[in-house]
Design a protein around this ligand. Structure first.
Ligand code: ISJ
Ligand code: GLN
Length: 915
């Protein structure tokens, strides 16, 4: 890599693209922070300069700013240029069309009225072309997230590329006289466009074409067209002005040499300004246009301030102390987590429900956590109401029937700056976390965090020290996505439904990888028992979580006696795990039949609409999902009325879960049963949404790309077809094994599936870029094949270090919903818990959430959707109860999606759970 110029002040205008923040990674690679050699490894790795020459003084947060184009007034922009606050402009990619003013607000005037150097990326390049009169048309080779070979001549933005390959072969000859006849260089770059600047009437007198892509598709129509149509314009440069544009995405993780391309633009900017020794930093005034990307310590930007509620450190009863005790190995064998769970629910009186973060794996030693809530908070978006489910402190006799609720209504402020549940809850969590810290930790929490990589082994350890467990339902996106408009109330059709649910657990027991069990507790001082409980407090509107809950008499910590009795109970299960009761025999409950909410045709129609939107350039990838529905079967045990009195866990749902954990063991296997919320979740999710360590290290592991496995003996029919009936067992076994391996390999090499994964990876990098330290976002594993019990998947790992002051719940909010894969063509049906996120948020700040897929949700029938008993019996069998169960399934849709295979994929996913 040649010389790196001083960093000019760069204004990145963002046209609401999912990838814009990734442009910062290119800057990060050029301008690493002081004292690190933390160069982007994925961008070709430049040669290190000697330490003395490194421009360590350049901090990109002082030089580069991302501003939402639609929030920037033209007059503000003109002032920035006139008063020389910026040195160059980058126009981001974006959905929509450059020839549609609404998609690129003010952009034509901005291009018109500036003489500063501009670099347009994708939509940005198209806008420059449109400005000079080019037409926008559909590109002949629509492929989002694919790597394409881009040909160039080492000129313009490509002048700093390493001269690697000499090109040969016929495809280099250039039939037009607009660009040089021979391409001398070729570089692999990622395309994310549906549209392109047309060759017809291209303004060649104003713009030079400096790179192109030879379209290779077996399309006879193309062959008959003029030669120009066989190639797409990939880069342009102004003939009499300092403007450049690239159609590809240099910032994608899979693009080669994006860093050199940016570096070239920065050099040109440097030269334009007369090659100064350095550029000044962005002024405060400019930085204010985008506090998010700059980590500004602005008084007004509350989300950047650590949201600590001041706690009086002297006050004894506000302190929550973590405690733990590991039990020695008992007897000849270790108690497994199923024994522990079933043993505990038989011995514990837990009216609020049970939690089993099970995590089953056939490959690695499993860790598992079992816990019992002491109160539960739920949130309903449609009414903006928080409800607390708790046990009355005055309860003496039968606590089962004694779950109380109290509600808190968020007020709606006239200026539209409503508090949202993420923020309200986040503040409460931060205060709780602080109550759990020692003085030393509190002091440390105020210091800038230091990036520290932990070992893989350390990473696998269970980190939940007690605190919250629950879920963010998919509809919480109404509060997490800026600019997202909630569907009208009626269309949501779920008024009153719970959109988020978090249970507080201060007693848990954990199985570590070595098979030993550890009891964990959060100890606190007891609150007085004679408090009066207000039923509802509508006037408390924005009240802080902690004071509201304390007012209800809710205990965050358990008492010393509570802790002792918890340890005694755990010990008694370890000494005598007895799970032979009929209620928990999986064989007593069979999985019922499920019926899809949509017909296959309706689903295919939805895919068609997704593809149309993609074709129009409005999206790269959308998800299409649907739900399968059934009734919970009754069991012999419950029919005979033998439900144990102190166990509100329905044996039916537990039995179904016990089957599921055997049938489809998954890293995020989970059983959550919250009777007062009328919800039980049986999950076999393989997918990590995100994990955060107490030190703020965040990891996301998106999965895209799914294939059913071939297994012996389940797939004997397929095997017999291929081998003939006479095959021996061992022949059949090795045939299945080989076939299964081939399927995995084919998935790994499938261009369409890789593209699906890449699109999500670039999106997640961009999300993390906006809440992580600039240089920390990395991709240690790109598109790896992972094999689960029933399916192969493509999985990527993305990591980063959260910015100081971004709390873990703020990080969740900014990344939510998982994959940002939005539904558009599902008739506005709420997805509910499915495709949201579920897991724990620990008292020490650790978070681990899965994507709620491959999951059965059991809920009481909603009056709105209730069908008669007779109809239910007809559909789901005579044994159907009044509780219904749903499984959502779907998949990512891209332009290359084949509708029928997508439908097959949905069925594969559902079968992995209930097949
Ligand atoms: C939507 C689902 O899966 C999502 C889509 C995947 C895909 O398209 O391959 C894979 C994992 C999930 O993120 C589902 O399982 O229901
Ligand atoms: N990535 C982009 O900027 C896409 C631009 C435009 N919406 C297209 O599809 O071509």
């Amino acid at each position: 890599m040649p010389d790196i110029p001083p960093c000019p002040r760069t204004l990145i205008l963002d046209f609401r693209d999912s990838y814009t923040a990734n442009l910062l990674t290119l800057f990060s690679a050029l301008y690493p922070p002081p004292n690190t050699n933390n160069l982007e490894r994925h961008h070709g790795g430049r040669a290190q300069k000697p330490e003395s020459e490194q421009r360590s003084e350049e901090s990109i947060s002082d030089k580069v700013i991302i501003v939402q184009a639609d929030t920037l007034e033209l007059s503000t922009y003109l002032k920035l240029v006139e008063e020389k606050h910026i040195d160059c402009i980058i126009l981001s990619p974006g959905p929509g069309r450059a020839d549609n003013e609404a998609d690129v607000p003010n952009l034509m005037q901005i291009i018109e009225q500036t003489s500063l150097p501009i670099l347009g990326v994708c939509l940005g390049m198209q806008a420059i072309a449109v400005h000079y009169g080019a037409k926008i048309v559909n590109t002949p080779d629509l492929k989002h997230g694919h790597v394409i070979p881009v040909k160039h001549n080492y000129t313009s933005l490509f002048d700093r590329l390493p001269r690697e390959q000499a090109l040969n072969g016929s495809s280099n000859t250039n039939p037009t006289n607009h660009i040089e006849p021979q391409a001398q260089g070729q570089v692999d770059l990622v395309a994310y466009n549906s549209l392109t600047a047309s060759w017809d009437n291209f303004p060649h007198h104003k713009l030079r074409i400096t790179a192109w892509h030879d379209v290779v598709i077996g399309n006879t129509e193309l062959d008959e067209q003029n030669e120009d149509a066989k190639r797409t314009i990939q880069a342009i440069e102004g003939i009499d002005r300092p403007v450049w544009g690239v159609q590809f995405h240099p910032e994608s993780i899979a693009s080669a040499h994006g860093v050199e391309i940016l570096c070239s633009f920065l050099h040109k900017t440097h030269a334009f300004h007369g090659s100064p020794v350095s550029f000044p930093n962005l002024s405060k005034e400019v930085l204010k246009l985008s506090p998010i990307h700059q980590g500004l310590e602005d008084e007004e930007s509350s989300y950047l301030k650590p949201q600590y509620t001041e706690v009086d450190e002297e006050e004894e009863d506000t302190v929550l102390e973590s405690t733990a005790e590991t039990f020695g190995s008992t007897g000849s064998r270790s108690v497994d987590s199923e024994e522990m769970f079933v043993g505990l629910i038989g011995r514990i009186n837990s009216p609020l429900g049970q939690v089993w973060l099970d995590g089953v794996s056939t490959r690695a030693p499993t860790t598992s956590t079992i816990a019992f809530p002491s109160f539960i908070i739920t949130y309903t978006i449609s009414t903006r109401t928080v409800t607390c489910h708790f046990l009355s402190p005055s309860t003496t006799v039968d606590p089962i029937e004694d779950v109380k609720t109290a509600t808190l209504q968020f007020a709606t402020s006239p200026d539209g700056n409503d508090i949202d549940f993420f923020d309200w809850f986040g503040r409460g969590q931060t205060a709780l976390k602080r109550m759990n810290m020692t003085q030393g930790q509190r002091w440390k929490a105020r210091q800038p965090s230091v990036y520290c990589a932990t070992s893989e082994e350390e990473d696998r350890k269970p980190r939940w020290k007690g605190g919250w467990v629950g879920w963010w339902g998919y509809e919480m996106k109404a509060e997490s996505l800026g600019g997202y408009h909630r569907p009208p109330r009626k269309a949501m059709a779920r008024d009153g439904m719970v959109d988020a649910c978090w249970a507080w657990c201060n007693r848990l027991v954990q199985r570590e990888q070595d098979g030993l069990w550890t009891a964990r507790g959060i100890l606190g001082a007891e609150t007085s028992k004679d408090q009066t409980i207000p039923a509802s407090q509508p006037d408390l509107s924005q009240q802080e979580m902690l004071s509201w809950l304390k007012g209800l008499g809710v205990d965050f910590g358990t008492t010393r006696e509570g802790w002792k009795s918890w340890m005694a109970t755990c010990r008694s299960v370890l000494a005598n795990p007895d799970i032979t009761s009929a209620e928990t025999n999986p064989a007593n409950t069979r999985m019922p039949n499920f019926k899809c909410d949509m017909t296959a045709d309706e689903y295919l129609e939805g895919i068609h609409k997704c593809r149309e939107a993609i074709y129009k350039g409005d999206s790269y990838e959308l998800t299409m999902t649907t739900q399968f529905r059934s009734r919970v079967p009754t069991t012999a045990a419950t029919a005979a009325g033998t439900t144990p009195k102190l166990c509100k866990t329905s044996p039916k749902s537990l039995n179904l879960y016990l089957q599921l954990r055997q049938k489809n063991p998954a890293p995020y296997s989970t059983y959550l049963c919250f009777p007062s919320v009328r919800t039980t979740i049986l999950s076999s999710s393989p997918e990590r949404f995100l994990r955060i360590t107490p030190g703020g290290r965040i990891e996301m592991k998106p999965i895209k790309g799914t294939r059913a496995r071939v297994r012996y003996p389940r797939d004997m029919a397929m095997c017999a077809e291929n081998l003939g009936r006479t095959a021996t067992e061992s022949e059949a076994m090795s045939w299945c094994e080989e076939k299964d391996r081939q399927i995995g390999e084919a998935l790994r090499n499938d261009g369409k599936e890789r593209a699906e994964n890449l699109m999500i990876v670039d999106l997640i990098r961009s999300d993390l870029q906006s809440c992580c330290t600039p240089h920390s976002v990395q991709v240690p594993k790109l598109i790896a094949l992972e094999t689960y019990e029933t399916v192969h998947q493509l999985v990527t790992t993305v990591r980063g270090q959260l910015l100081e002051g971004v709390s873990e719940i703020e990080a969740v909010k900014r990344s939510f919903p998982p994959g940002k894969l939005l539904e558009q063509f599902e008739h506005h049906k709420a997805r509910g818990i499915y495709s949201g996120a579920m897991g724990y948020m620990s008292i020490d700040g650790a978070v681990d959430l899965s994507v709620v897929i491959r999951t059965i949700i059991i809920q009481d029938e909603q009056p709105a959707t209730a069908i008669s008993d007779q109809a239910a019996a007809q559909e789901f069998g005579a044994e159907a109860s009044n509780r219904y169960m749903t499984i959502g399934a779907g998949g990512a849709i891209t332009w290359l999606s084949d509708p029928l295979s997508e439908w097959d994929e949905v069925l594969t996913k559902v079968r992995s759970v209930v097949g």
